[in-house]
Design a binder for this molecule. Structure first.
Ligand code: FAD
Ligand code: SF4
Length: 571
């Protein structure tokens, strides 16, 4: 194979989420012939977020810098108030988080991803077509092309680790391979390209969060009445405390134009440790008396979805490149949890635009230096400092050790600790701490801030919840039945079906449950070598491609082919 036998573009961008859209828009604007490929049947069909898009004042790029009209046409409602509810049983203590939310924020809007990404993709298609490329949907990148030191393409798996081998392009499932001077991997959390380049593995549950979400129907006038807001206003509500069987993480509720986004984001290692069924954790939130403030027996669920996201403090790549491959967004681990506030889409936009900028600055004089320049830009613009705060790295060694966790829990729960919290609250200190961006960026990944402290705050300072909640959530079978699928070939294969290797997926897979036979993962008792053994079986048909079992089970994990699998309507 030689380069002459392949279609050549100056740049290939894989993935049309916010990261890919930003990279492609910046490249096309500078006249770079750019091909964008997206595996979803339409951009956004595979994507899930809570989600609130932030435009940070300090960021070098925001999404509306790159896409005029974004707020007017692609978002739901601005978030004009933000609260955190600390819950213990039927008591709640609520703090206003608006100051934390407003810190470094130009604006922040709730979004639904199918609508938002499809809108971005239209602009990207126009801009890249004008520059001689375009956007292809329903096409899945399945790996990188590599060339040797003389520029000759190397067969897949053959010699890519030898000295001088470099990324030369991308291969696809549905179309012929394409060679390119620049490859931008904006292919999200289970990035096939980052993995192919040896930049990312899917080994450690500690590096990931799992988000599970529902979209509930609610007409605009009902939202405005129940939340007491105007047509140009919206709210974000966050939840923590004893709602989730001790799992570390929290809940969210965001107002859209005429629906609500409600869900949870948990540390994946905690989901595995507690072996809880994650769909039940969504139900725990939906049916909690507190949610009776806004929901009633008329609850109508429009969509159930889930996705892994990286924890940037552990997973963000400090050198997110390999030769001509530049990795942006979730694919590079760039998803920041600033305490309870989740910021991934904004960083994906920034990184996509910075990657494009780095290429544009180096393409003429030192074309091999784009990766280093991109890493420098992430550092110099302060983006990497937000993603991997130095103070968190230093404090982690102490705060995340089990004796320290036990001591912190004991202190918070003790009479002295409770007295201290009361005294602090009396002078507004707890709300001030919650609104401190520095402190929120440093929160250790332990149960104290997620579970113990919020529950004690509710016990000591809270009020009884007087609402009743009449919500009956759909069961898992109905949730799966309401989704749209175009089922293709099985895309995940169990390498080891033993309970020890893959059993965690039965609870952690959002479309599986121990007592539900129609999900992806099921437990089975089989006779092997004269002994009864518990094993796991897998049926990928109802898979919603969240990526969890790539990390918690022993699998060969791929995305389905282009256009196949689940297609979220809201996301
Ligand atoms: C429940 C939940 C709540 C969240 N809340 C928020 C929030 O409130 N605010 C916030 O900013 N972030 C939030 N996030 C995180 C946010 O969604 C991500 O950080 C963000 O989407 C990352 O953008 P991206 O462009 O890097 O990747 P993605 O948005 O994942 O886009 C990747 C794109 O690449 C495509 N793709 C993948 N593989 C291939 C392939 N092989 N070939 C072709 N195309 C491919 C995908 O289909 C997708 O369109 C949340 C996430 C979850 C799950
Ligand atoms: S089978 Fe795996 S990827 Fe699919 S929904 Fe379940 S955990 Fe997620």
């Amino acid at each position: 194979m030689t380069d002459d036998e392949h279609e050549q573009y100056e740049a290939v961008v894989v993935g049309a989420g916010p990261g890919g859209a930003a990279a492609a828009a910046r490249l096309a604007e500078a006249g770079v012939e750019t091909l964008v490929v997206e595996r979803g049947v339409e951009a956004g069909a595979k994507n899930v977020s809570g989600g609130v898009v932030y435009a940070e004042t300090s960021a070098p790029y925001t999404v509306d810098d790159l896409f005029e009209g974004f707020r007017e046409e692609a978002t739901e409602r601005p978030v004009t108030a933000n609260y955190i509810h600390n819950v213990a049983g039927d008591r709640v203590r609520t703090f206003d988080l608006t100051r934390l939310h407003d810190h470094d924020t130009e604006w922040a809007d709730a979004v639904l991803r199918r609508r938002m990404d499809a809108w971005l993709a239209e602009r990207v298609h126009e801009a890249t077509s004008d520059a001689g490329g375009g956007l292809l949907e329903g096409v899945r990148a399945d790996g990188l092309l590599w060339a040797d030191a003389d520029g000759e393409l190397i067969e897949p798996g053959d010699g890519r680790d030898e000295r001088g081998a470099r990324v030369a392009g991308v291969s696809f499932e549905e179309i012929e391979p394409v060679t390119a001077d620049l490859v931008v991997a904006a292919d999200g959390v289970n990035s096939a390209l980052a993995r192919d380049a040896g930049l990312m593995d899917w080994e450690e549950p500690e590096e990931w969060f799992q988000g599970v979400k529902v979209v509930a129907d609610m007409p605009a006038d009902v939202i405005e009445r129940r939340f007491d807001i105007g047509p140009e206003e919206g709210e974000a509500h966050l939840f923590s405390g004893d709602l989730y069987d001790g799992v570390r993480g929290g809940g969210f509720l965001y107002t859209n134009r005429d629906s609500l986004s409600i869900g949870n984001v948990f540390h994946l290692d905690s989901v595995v440790e507690e072996a809880v069924e994650v769909s039940e954790l969504v139900d725990a939130l939906l049916t909690h008396p507190l949610l009776g403030r806004w929901l009633d027996e008329g609850y109508t669920e429009l969509e159930y979805s889930a996705k892994l996201v990286p924890d940037s403090r552990r997973a963000a790549l400090t050198e997110p490149y390999r030769g001509r491959l530049l990795v942006v967004g979730d694919a590079a681990g760039q998803m920041q949890a600033q305490g309870p506030i989740i910021k991934g889409m904004n960083h994906a936009v920034t990184a996509g635009a910075l990657a494009a900028e780095a290429y544009l600055e180096t393409r003429r004089l030192s074309p091999g230096a784009a990766g280093e320049r991109y890493a420098e830009k992430l550092h110099n613009t302060g983006t990497m400092g937000k993603l991997r705060p130095r103070a968190h790295r230093l404090s982690r060694a102490v705060t995340e050790r089990e004796p320290a966790v036990r001591a912190a829990d004991r202190l918070v729960e003790s009479a002295v600790g409770r007295l201290g919290l009361r005294a602090l609250a009396a002078v507004g200190g707890v709300e001030r701490l919650y609104n401190s961006p520095g402190l929120m960026g440093l929160l250790p990944d332990i149960r104290t801030p997620y579970v113990t402290l919020p529950a004690v705050l509710a016990e000591e300072l809270g009020e009884p919840i007087r609402e009743e909640n009449g919500v009956t959530p759909p069961d898992l079978g109905d949730r799966i039945g309401a989704l749209t699928y175009d089922v293709g070939e099985p895309h995940i294969r169990l390498r080891d079906d033993s309970w020890a290797a893959s059993g965690a997926a039965v609870a952690a897979c959002p479309v599986s449950a121990a007592d539900y036979g129609g999900g992806c993962y099921r437990a089975e008792d089989v006779e092997r070598d004269g002994r009864t053994e518990r094993v796991v079986s897998l049926d990928t048909q109802p898979c919603i491609e969240c990526g969890t079992c790539a990390v918690v089970a022993d699998t060969e994990w791929d995305h389905p082919d282009g256009g196949k699998g689940v297609a979220f309507q809201r996301g």
